[in-house]
Design a protein around this ligand. Structure first.
Ligand code: FAD
Ligand code: SIN
Length: 468
C-alpha cells in the first residue's frame, strides 16, 4: 500500500503548530501534526499574561498598528527585521478577533505590559490563564477534524530533502525508537525555542555559556531540536542566537529546600507588575527600577540591586490588597503553590531570611512601601502607570531572573520560508513561532510570542491553501 502523502506536516503542537494545523484543516487539507511529548500545547499552554493586538475592539481607543510596530522595533534594539515586524503588527488585531470570534476564546481584559506605550495585551476575564484558554480551544477544534492525524510521542529527526530548495517529507521516531518517513508537500517547523536546552549539544552552551547556570520557566522539551536539525539538514541560517530573554520574575517556591533551589521555576507573570505590583530590593527594602520598563532593563536592575552573598539575585514582589482583585485567579493559584503569601513587612523579612543571606529589618520594607505610596503619579524611577497604595497587609513573593524565551532561531522571510546560509529560500519549508528568529531582535515584548504564533501560523496556512 502506498504511504500517505500529506498536504502538510506540522512539527510541534504549541500555539504556532496548532494554529497552522487548524487553519489548514479548515481549508480541507490533509495534515499530520507531530509532537514528541505525550501532550499537546508546548510552552504555549503555560502562557500567563496574554496576547497582543492593536487596535482591537477590546482596547480603549487610540492605539494603532504604527504604535505597536514602533514599540516592537524599539524593544528589539535595532535587531528586529522590519518586514517581519510589519507582518506581526498589521495582522495583530485580526489574530485577536479570530481567536475570539472563530475559536470562542474570551480576550476581553486588556493590560499594559512593560515596554508597551498602550494597554494591548489581551486575556480573559475569567479564571482560565490565557495560554490554557487559547490552546485548549484550538485543540478541541482539531480533535473534531477528520483530516488531521495527531501523532503524539513522535519525534522529528530530520528532513527528507528533495532538491536544494524543497523537501518532500520528514523522518520521525516513535516511543519504541522505530523510524519512519512522513511524506508531505509542505513542512511547517513549529518546535519552539531552546530555553531548556541543557543537553550535550546545547544551543545555550554554544551561544550563551554565561547563562547556562540560570533556572528556566520552560518545559523540559524545549531543547532547540528544530534549530539544530534545520541547520544540519537544510543549511538553514540561524539568526540572533545569542539573544536570550531573561525574565526578571521567576518564583522561588517556598515549599522545601529542593523547590527553593530548583532549576525549573514557575513564572510570575508580568501581569502582576502590570496591575500594580512593585519590586523591592532584599538588601535595602526600596524599589530600584521602573517595573514597567522592558524586561531586559528590569532584569538588569534585579542583577544590579538584589544580589545576595550566595551569588543569587532574588527580589521581593509586592501587590496591594486592592490590586489583588485585578489578578485574583493568578494570585490565588500562586498562593496555593507556596509562591505568594499574604502578610505584613515582618512576615516578608522572616521568609526572606530563609532563602537569602543577610537580614533585612521589617522597617525597611515599610519604608519602601511608604516611598512607593508617595511616588504614585510622580515616580523618580519613571513608572508610567500605578496601582493602589499599600497598607499594612499585602500580597508578596520572592522572584529571581530566569531563562524564558529565545529571540534567535531559524532565519525566515516575510512568508516564513526558511532562509539558508547562502541566502536562498526553502520553497515549501516554513518556520513559525519561537523556532524562528529575526522578529523580536534583541528583546521581545511581553504578549508578542503568542501573537507571532497565531499571525504566522495563519499566514503560512493561507499561503499553502491557495495552492490547492
Ligand atoms: P511551544 O509552545 O514551545 O511548542 C513547541 C512544541 O514542539 C512542544 O510541544 C514540543 O514538545 C514540540 N517539539 C519540540 N521538538 C520536537 C521534535 N523534535 N519533534 C516533535 N515535536 C517537538 N508569550 C506570550 O505572548 N504571552 C504570555 O503570556 C506568555 N507567557 C508565558 C509563560 C510561560 C511560563 C512561558 C514558558 C512562556 C510564555 N510565553 C508567553 C512565551 C510563549 O508561550 C512561547 O514562546 C510560545 O508559546 C511558543 O510557542 P511555539 O508554538 O513556538 O512553541
Ligand atoms: C509573562 O506572563 O510575564 C510572560 C509574558 C510573555 O512572555 O510574553
Amino acid at each position: 500500500m502506498a504511504a500517505t502523502r500529506y498536504d502538510a506536516v506540522v512539527v510541534g503542537s504549541g500555539l504556532a503548530g496548532l494554529t497552522s494545523t487548524l487553519s489548514l484543516a479548515q481549508s480541507g487539507l490533509k495534515v499530520a501534526l507531530v509532537e514528541k511529548t505525550d501532550k499537546l500545547g508546548g510552552n504555549s499552554i503555560k502562557a500567563s499574561s496574554g496576547i497582543n493586538g492593536a487596535p482591537t475592539r477590546f482596547q480603549e481607543p487610540g492605539d494603532s498598528v504604527e504604535l505597536f510596530a514602533q514599540d516592537t522595533m524599539k524593544s528589539g534594539k535595532g535587531r528586529s527585521k522590519q518586514e517581519l515586524v510589519n507582518v506581526l503588527a498589521n495582522n495583530s488585531a485580526d489574530a485577536v478577533h479570530w481567536l475570539s470570534d472563530e475559536c470562542g476564546v474570551d480576550l476581553s481584559a486588556v493590560a499594559q505590559l512593560g515596554g508597551h506605550s498602550f494597554a494591548r495585551t489581551h486575556r480573559g476575564k475569567g479564571s482560565l490563564p490565557p495560554g490554557f484558554a487559547i490552546v485548549s480551544a484550538l485543540m478541541k477544534k482539531i480533535e473534531g477534524a477528520d483530516n488531521v492525524d495527531v501523532l503524539k510521542k513522535t519525534t522529528f529527526k530530520g528532513f527528507r530533502k528533495h532538491s536544494d530548495f524543497t523537501a518532500d517529507g520528514i523522518e520521525v521516531e516513535d516511543g519504541e525508537k522505530n523510524r519512519r518517513t512522513l511524506l508531505a508537500n509542505n513542512i511547517i517547523l513549529a518546535t519552539g525555542g531552546y530555553s531548556a536546552d541543557f543537553t550535550s549539544s546545547s544551543l545555550l552552551r554554544r551561544y550563551r555559556p554565561d547563562l547556562v547556570h540560570l533556572p528556566s520557566t520552560n518545559g523540559q522539551q524545549t531543547t532547540g531540536d528544530g534549530q539544530k536539525i534545520a541547520e544540519l539538514h537544510l543549511d538553514a541560517d540561524l539568526i540572533d542566537m545569542d539573544a536570550i530573554q531573561i525574565h526578571p520574575t521567576g518564583f522561588v517556591q517556598l515549599k522545601n529546600e529542593e523547590t527553593i533551589n530548583s532549576k525549573w521555576k514557575f513564572l510570575c507573570g508580568e501581569l502582576i507588575r502590570a496591575i500594580g505590583g512593585i519590586l523591592l530590593s532584599p538588601n535595602t527594602g526600596a524599589r530600584f527600577v521602573n517595573e514597567l520598563t522592558t524586561r531586559d532593563n528590569v532584569t538588569e536592575g534585579v542583577f544590579q540591586h538584589c544580589a545576595n552573598d550566595n551569588g543569587h539575585a532574588v527580589c521581593i514582589i509586592a501587590v496591594s490588597e486592592e490590586d489583588y482583585i485585578k489578578a485574583k485567579p493568578h494570585i490565588d493559584f500562586y498562593m496555593s503553590q507556596n509562591l505568594m503569601f499574604k502578610g505584613d513587612a515582618k512576615d516578608v523579612t522572616t521568609k526572606l531570611a530563609a532563602i537569602a543571606s543577610g537580614r533585612l529589618a521589617p522597617e525597611k520594607i515599610e519604608q519602601g512601601l511608604r516611598q512607593y505610596n508617595e511616588a504614585i503619579g510622580n515616580d523618580d524611577l519613571g513608572r508610567p502607570s500605578f496601582g493602589n497604595p499599600f497598607g499594612t497587609q499585602f500580597y508578596y513573593g520572592f522572584v529571581t531572573p530566569v531563562l524564558h524565551f529565545t529571540m534567535g532561531g531559524v532565519s525566515i522571510n516575510d512568508k516564513a520560508q526558511i532562509l539558508t546560509k547562502s541566502g536562498k529560500q526553502m520553497d515549501n519549508v516554513f518556520a513559525i513561532g519561537e523556532v524562528s528568529g529575526g522578529l523580536h531582535g534583541g528583546n521581545r515584548l511581553g504578549g508578542s510570542s503568542l501573537l507571532e504564533c497565531v499571525v504566522f501560523g495563519r499566514k503560512v496556512a493561507q499561503q499553502i491553501s491557495v495552492l490547492y
